[in-house]
Design a protein around this ligand. Structure first.
Ligand code: ZN
Length: 146
């Protein structure tokens, strides 16, 4: 594992040098819960390779992100039954990007809820762990049927 991006929190998570509440992982992507969840179930689909943004990311990795986003969105819907699910991806500080390693947000929404994209309030550790476990179980159930 190269340490070229040791200052990048997502690279540290991918290398196993920082903890996360992992939901899904495949060859090119990892999905974990945002530790500053805007709503319960707020997840991030992240490319394993360090790309700063959509302009740098490979088409292959972006296709893998889309596939993972679809799978995890299905698990969020089954486990949490949100009224809606926002999918968004921010490039550059001016667009609101806060971690400069490509990622896509999956954000459960309810009618009348705020439309903010980020919060500085950390999620409850136990709640994050429980939600991650439920999503992992839901994904395993789908995979066992395929
Ligand atoms: Zn990185």
């Amino acid at each position: 594992m190269d340490h070229a991006h040791d200052d990048c929190i997502f690279c540290r998570i991918i290398a196993g040098r920082a903890p996360c509440h992992r939901v899904h992982e495949d060859e090119l992507t990892i999905t974990f819960l945002d530790i500053f969840p805007v709503t319960p179930g707020h997840a991030l689909v992240v490319t394993k390779e360090h790309f700063e943004n959509i302009f740098e990311a490979s088409e292959e990795s972006l296709q893998a992100v889309a596939a993972s986003a679809r799978r995890v969105s299905g698990a969020i819907r089954r486990c949490l039954a949100p009224e809606g699910l926002a999918v968004f991806q921010l490039n550059g500080a001016a667009a609101g990007q806060s971690v400069f390693h490509y990622h896509m947000h999956l954000l459960p929404r309810s009618a009348g809820g705020s439309m903010k994209l980020h919060t500085r309030v950390p999620g409850d550790e136990q709640e994050l762990r429980q939600i991650a476990e439920r999503l992992v179980a839901a994904l395993a159930e789908v995979e066992s049927r395929d």
